[in-house]
Design a protein around this ligand. Structure first.
Ligand code: ATP
Length: 312
């Protein structure tokens, strides 16, 4: 709902209170939802991106999607779509993030209508990232409810109040993918990788009841997953990291793609880990090489247990 133009500037050194010049600039159609769309497209899946875009930044994003031949159908809003700026310097990443446009009630209603129209075309919906200002905190909950009424599965990757609103409602998403920090914030607990059994235990908390799939992604440590009453420990081989940003988005893309291919739970987990890993191997955020995905798919290990998979 809140895409951005992701601008990255590379500098040898960041000098404060003076001019910094660089010719190493990238500008991409960014935000978590567009990362997911791009990776599904890289996997040769059939995907359409939607949300809200405004001003010349919005037009830039549309033209980038067209260049990449990614289908899109956005609602046009009055205020300007945001820029997110990352300055890469001396091994650091300094970011300046605009909060983005304020959406009016009329624009909200237009998007809700568009979403309902698009439900007729969709087999799976992925919802990622934060809400722009002006939209109510329960906006994702409204979308999940509408999708459910239409029999469309929702994969939800958000955090904070918008996630809490969905989880405390009657209408649960089909899948959520918190990382460890998001799980900790949600449950107000801390977890450690030395005690994976605590993470597993957390997934049976009442808050998660009714969610078919929960994947807690653990970066290079893989993931812990719960599907219905089964738990899975997913481990991945060590790989060379080029850019881990957007790996969670690639994981969602892999999961959505695997669902449309009717893969079994083991294959779904292998696929979503392989896409996350393949994203790590690319400089462009939210992008995978199909050859890497296929290679990693065969290297992911999935162990299953109804009770405790840890220590097995
Ligand atoms: P982001 O917020 O950057 O999109 P995230 O925190 O939501 O990421 P992670 O848990 O970091 O998600 O990563 C998702 C998946 O991507 C992991 O489960 C793993 O398959 C892969 N991955 C991430 N980091 C690495 C890494 N350093 N090495 C190998 N695979 C990785």
């Amino acid at each position: 709902m809140n895409p951005s133009i992701d601008i990255s500037y590379s500098l040898d050194r960041l000098n404060i209170n003076t001019v910094n010049r660089t010719n190493q600039v990238t500008k991409t159609a960014g935000g978590k939802g567009l990362n997911v769309a791009r990776v599904i497209h890289d996997l040769q899946g059939d995907v359409l991106a939607t949300g809200m875009l405004g001003g010349i930044h919005g037009a830039f994003i549309t033209s980038e999607l067209e260049k990449a031949e990614i289908k899109h159908d956005f609602v046009t809003i009055k205020e300007e779509t945001r820029n997110s700026i990352a300055v890469l310097h001396e091994g650091n990443q300094t970011e300046i993030l605009e909060s983005g446009p304020i959406v009016s009630e009329d624009e909200q209603a237009k998007f809700s209508d568009k979403f309902r129209e698009l439900l007729d075309l969709a087999e799976i919906i992925t919802i990622s990232g934060s809400l722009p200002k002006g939209l109510p905190h329960d906006f994702y909950q409204q979308l999940v409810q509408a999708a459910q009424a239409h029999g469309v599965k929702v994969l939800l990757d958000t955090s904070g109040v918008s996630l809490e609103k969905v989880l405390s409602s009657q209408n649960k998403p089909y899948m959520i993918k918190p990382n460890l920090e998001e799980l900790e914030n949600l449950l107000e607990k801390t977890f450690s990788l030395e005690h994976l059994e605590d993470i597993q235990l957390a997934l049976v908390e009442p808050l998660f009841k009714g969610i078919e799939w929960i994947i807690v992604s653990l970066g290079k440590e893989g993931a812990i997953a719960k599907h219905r009453d089964m738990f899975y420990r997913v481990t991945i081989p060590e790989i060379n990291v080029l850019n881990p940003v957007g790996s969670g988005d690639a994981t969602i893309a892999g999961f959505a793609y695997a669902m449309t291919k009717k893969l079994n739970p083991y294959e779904i987990l292998r696929m979503c880990m392989a896409t996350g890993m393949a994203n790590v191997r690319e400089r462009i955020t939210g992008h995978v090489d199909l050859a890497n995905v296929k290679n990693y798919f065969s290297k992911v290990e999935v162990k299953k247990s109804r009770d405790s998979l840890i220590n097995n």
